[in-house]
Design a protein around this ligand. Structure first.
Ligand code: NAD
Ligand code: UDP
Ligand code: UDP
Length: 311
């Protein structure tokens, strides 16, 4: 079984490659290193069942594989907004190329979609049946609408070409191998706390998110790929525990023992007020629920960032 992982040198992708190698698969990892890094897969490079290819998914790719996990796309707002046109191209052209590849090879294909398809949600928590509340012309739109269009393409290839598709809507996930400068809230707070810098709260910190530890998420992605062909998703994957950014900041300060202060910055445009997955479907279809609570996951992540900062 040869499994293609696009975005495999990124945060989630590298953990997925680890899991697939453990499970005995041959893994072809494709990445253009836009936000990913060779360091994330360094330990796999000498493995006989692992192969790394530098390639941009907006260009066609002709390889022979049996399964495809399509994760290529920058995920952090500061990185996906740096080159918004490229972000949309990666989601849309990338999906077309990987779906074309799946069509030719008859490979099963999984899309890493996102809770951002719900935008700033008017329904809470968000079930898969909710169509979302997305600004089509704002600074987050390159990512949100790119991912929405990718979902459309997946379902049209499914209906038109009978592909075996799996669409996962991933909610905020964190853990080791996030970049120091990733820009997302968990890595920002931890790195700031460990450096003794002020923790940057955007807005008043009352906005909420639900944070899933990476190991839990990877288990769900692998389980979804193994489901029967009629299971297509979209399916929410995340941890339904909901925390305000102030609560997260306090927890990070407690777990790091840092004396850092909180500092308040303006809320970025279109920043969702609340977000929490309804994971009823994942529980039923995958028999899955996250196991790692926020404090335990943060401890592992803090341990990782301590090592990186000490190196
Ligand atoms: P990441 O930025 O660490 O990983 C993305 C990877 O894709 C990087 O290695 C990057 O170099 C690569 N990439 C970007 N554009 C590419 C291109 N054109 N061609 C080839 N490779 C390209 O982010 P992540 O958190 O690991 O996210 C992985 C996937 O999961 C993304 O599709 C993201 O949208 C999705 N997702 C992540 C989260 C989360 O909380 N981590 C939440 C929802 C969805
Ligand atoms: N494609 C690819 N690898 C393949 C097969 C197709 O990258 O193994 C790309 C190809 O460049 C094409 C896209 O996927 O533009 C969509 O393929 P599809 O067969 O659906 O469309 P068509 O080739 O008919 O435009
Ligand atoms: N955020 C924050 N401080 C930071 C980084 C982010 O308060 O240093 C806030 C951000 O405004 C958002 C939440 O934390 O409300 C989650 O942001 P992130 O970029 O991690 O993910 P997303 O907004 O895509 O869910």
């Amino acid at each position: 079984m040869i499994v293609l992982v696009t975005g495999g040198a990124g945060f989630l992708g590298s953990h997925l490659c680890d899991r697939l190698i453990e499970q005995g698969a041959d893994v072809l990892c494709v990445d253009n290193y836009y936000t990913g890094s060779r360091r994330n897969v360094q330990h796999l490079l000498s493995h006989p069942r692992f192969e790394m290819l530098r390639h941009d998914v907006t260009f066609p790719l002709y390889v022979e594989v049996q399964q495809i996990y399509n994760l290529a796309c920058p995920a952090s707002p500061i990185h996906y907004q740096r080159d918004p046109v490229q972000t949309t191209k990666t989601s849309v052209h990338g999906a077309i190329n990987m779906l074309g590849l799946a069509k030719r090879t008859r490979a099963r294909i999984l899309q890493a979609s996102t809770s951002e398809v719900y935008g700033d949600p008017a329904v809470h928590p968000q079930p898969e049946t909710y169509w979302g509340h997305v600004n089509p012309v704002g600074p987050r739109s390159c990512y949100d609408e790119g991912k929405r269009c990718a979902e459309t393409l997946f379902f049209d290839y499914y209906r038109q070409h009978r592909l075996e598709i799996k669409v996962a809507r991933i909610f905020n996930t964190y853990g080791p191998r996030m970049r120091l400068d990733d820009g997302r809230v968990v890595s920002n707070f931890i790195v700031q706390a460990l450096r003794g810098q002020d923790l940057t709260i955007y807005g008043d910190g009352s906005q909420t998110r639900s944070f899933c530890y990476v190991d839990d998420l990877i288990g769900a992605l692998a389980a979804l790929m193994q489901t029967a062909p009629e299971i297509t998703g979209p399916i929410n994957l995340g941890n339904p525990g909901e925390f305000s950014m102030l609560e997260l900041a306090e927890l990070v300060l407690e777990l790091t023992g840092s004396k850092s202060k909180l500092v308040f910055h303006p809320l970025p445009a279109d920043d969702p007020v609340q977000r929490c997955p309804d994971i009823t479907l994942a529980r039923e279809v995958l028999g899955w629920a996250p196991k790692v609570d926020l404090a335990d996951g943060l401890r592992e992540t803090i341990r990782y960032f301590r090592e990186v900062l000490a190196a």
